[in-house]
Design a protein around this ligand. Sequence first.
Ligand code: FSX
Ligand code: SF4
Length: 286
Amino acid sequence: MSKVAEIPAVWLSGASCSGCSVSLLNSASPNIKNLLVDPVVPGKHLNLRFHATIMAGQGEPVVKVLKETSSELPGEYLLLVEGAVPEGPFCAVGEHFTMEEMTVELARDALAVIAVGTCASFGGIPSGEPNPTGARSVREVLEANGISKPLINLPGCPPHPDWLVGTLAMVLLDGLPGPEDLDPALRPKAFYGKLIHDNCPRRAYFDSGQFARHPGEPGCLYELGCKGPMTYADCPLRLWNDGTNWCVGAGSPCIGCVEPSFPDRFQPIFEKIDEDGLERFRIRTR
Ligand code: FSX
Ligand code: SF4
């Protein structure tokens, strides 16, 4: 029987709602059992050594696994982080380490870091104004600590499971993505390369000036706060919940959850973005 290579991975959870984990658990193909137990791609299996929400173990023994991963497998493991990273005492891993310390320690010796979700990628909701815990994105924490590890951002509040599973499959098949595979916000272009607005089934309404005035009405949802014209993701093509539907398809404006501007610059969610919001969006974007 041919040998299956084990790719070690550890998953840290910072300031978040755990929706990123829940979204991953909803992965349809492969399902979560396939992902954790079977080879993700032929000959390569992901060995998830630590994930606080889904592992059976607890207490000191599992924190030991985390520490051993960095000391015994330097340069070999993937570090996945969900949630933003608050300042010292506001978030802990086990009883003796802050989220910040553990993120820095594990990132230093990782093969690469994957920020799962908008909170980890850009700060997201936990770092929204006034940000009392000083929560930062993984990128900010790495930069502040002089760590220049390969970093992939997979935003979304939460991210589509395919974006993570597909990225893991790409890494296992072809190795780490090159700069040409990522956009300036370090998102894989394969999933975040297209503007929502350009693939929206309501686009003809927008072009002909037919705007819905109330949720549930036909028409373009721009006047109801849709951020599709500023948001890059493949939701209208991929759909969610195993191809069932997506936000705009269900009558809700796109809230722009994959963008660095989310949530502060895209608020109020259900109001048309004003000129000030548009300008701030233009400044930070491509
Ligand atoms: Fe953040 Fe993840 Fe939003 Fe929640 O855990 S990206 S709050 S859906 O889920 O970190
Ligand atoms: Fe664009 Fe949103 Fe209107 Fe769709 S509903 S056409 S994404 S503004």
